[in-house]
Design a protein around this ligand. Structure first.
Ligand SMILES: C[S@@+](CC[C@H](N)C(=O)[O-])C[C@H]1O[C@@H](n2cnc3c(N)ncnc32)[C@H](O)[C@@H]1O
Length: 201
């Protein structure tokens, strides 16, 4: 299980084209969320951690969002993204461990979760919550999707339950939405929760 905390584990998955999680396009609930944002959101600082092939980042960029940053510690998907989007600012493509990002250097208005939580070692879930909270500006929010299914596996995706998520996030976040997604990708229908939570004052 510790191997999922190593970049090499994921880099190998990309090199071997063993990326079963990759939907090849933006997740429909996240597209719907982005599409209803007001024009004023286009300059907000947004982070997509564990972005992989980063379809969400590409979509935000195409829609005119100007301050989007991705982080992933596997170089392969970042290189592929940079090749697809040569005009995307390279300083916003961060090849590093999410847990090593300094909150003194980075602060975001919102962070987009997409199959990143389920990829980290479950023993690090509280650390994930704390790091998310640290990287958000006051009133910042965490938006995205979490599996509401226990896969019972010793390798990713590591699932979970709504009750567990509520308990883990509640010390740092006010949960505004945590409900079954009704517009998931067909392969994930009935297995995702849409979340929107705001950092506590
Ligand atoms: C299951 S994949 C999901 C990728 C993408 N979000 C998607 O939905 O296609 C998990 C991604 O998180 C990255 N990752 C896992 N742990 C990480 C960490 N501690 N820091 C940065 N990236 C990490 C992996 O390299 C991988 O690209």
């Amino acid at each position: 299980m510790e191997q999922v905390s190593q970049a090499e584990f994921w880099q190998q998955r990309y090199e071997q084209d063993s990326t079963g999680w990759d939907m090849g396009k933006i997740s429909p609930p996240l597209k719907a969320y982005i599409d209803q944002l007001p024009e004023s959101a286009k300059h907000q600082a947004i982070l997509v951690p564990g972005a992989g092939n980063a379809y969400e980042v590409g979509y935000l960029h195409e829609q005119g969002f100007t301050n989007v940053t991705l982080v992933d510690f596997a170089p392969a998907p970042i290189e592929a993204f940079a090749a697809r989007y040569p005009h995307f600012p390279s300083t916003h493509l961060i090849c590093a461990d999410f847990f090593s990002l300094s909150d003194e250097q980075y602060q975001f208005d919102w962070i987009l979760e997409q199959t990143f939580f389920c990829a980290i070692n479950p023993a690090r879930r509280d650390e994930y919550v704390q790091q998310m909270a640290a990287l958000l500006k006051p009133n910042g929010k965490l938006v995205g999707l979490l599996f509401n299914k226990d896969f019972g596996q010793v390798q990713p995706p590591f699932g979970g339950t709504q009750a567990e998520y509520q308990q883990r996030f509640a010390p740092y976040f006010d949960i505004e939405i945590m409900e079954p997604s009704d517009n998931s990708h067909p392969a994930r229908q009935g297995s995702e929760l849409f979340i929107k939570m705001r950092i506590k004052d």
